[in-house]
Ligand binder design. Structure first.
Ligand code: ZN
Length: 191
């Protein structure tokens, strides 16, 4: 695995297009009240970002708002770009976490130089992948679809390996697989 995928504009374009498609699907379905959904995207200041020409697009999280008076319900589609509220983009969280399995000092220093991630952040991500993520309702249901079972002690590397050999495509597919956890309630703990 190489961090080179993170400087490939193709990755960031793929993720951007996927998010636009997800937003279009939600918009076409309309609000649960039957009302029309309008764009109400909100500003984000992500780190570990895409090349300069795409950065403007990455400062917005797709979101929709019902146009009907008295409803105004907000619907935020799943995202391949933003992994919940993390300031680092999902692609960075997945790939960097996968590459720094044991968080050796040397690897951590390399990652810090490449994308500015501190060792504390790496450790927090690692704790999330190894302890929190496996307990989510999403993973409890999703892991059953993966045969042979994914080694939970090596998340997210063991998961990323299940997707395309090409790292850009594999990363995009992995983020698509994880997209349900990016919506509200998507990361709830299993009972
Ligand atoms: Zn509505």
């Amino acid at each position: 695995m190489s961090h080179v995928a993170l400087v490939d504009a193709r990755l960031w374009r793929l993720l951007l297009m996927a998010d636009r498609d997800l937003a279009a699907e939600v918009r076409a379905a309309g609000c649960v009240c039957g009302g029309t959904l309008h764009s109400a995207r909100y500003a984000r200041k992500p780190r570990g970002g895409p090349p300069a020409e795409l950065r403007g697009e990455y400062c917005w999280r797709e979101s929709l708002c019902c146009a009907r008076e008295g409803c105004r319900r907000r619907t935020t589609p799943a995202s391949l770009r933003f992994l919940g509220r993390r300031v680092y983009l999902g692609a960075v969280v997945v790939l960097v976490s996968a590459m720094t399995g044991g968080v050796s000092a040397k690897r951590a220093a390399a990652m810090r130089a490449w994308v500015g991630v501190t060792i504390r952040t790496l450790q927090r991500w690692r704790a999330w992948w190894l302890r929190t993520f496996p307990q989510t309702a999403f993973w409890q249901g999703a892991r059953a679809q993966l045969a042979p079972p994914v080694d939970e002690r090596r998340l997210p590397g063991s998961l990323l390996e299940r997707f395309a050999d090409d790292l850009v495509d594999g990363l995009a597919s992995c983020l698509r697989f994880l997209a349900p956890i990016t919506t509200r309630g998507g990361c709830t703990m299993a009972a």
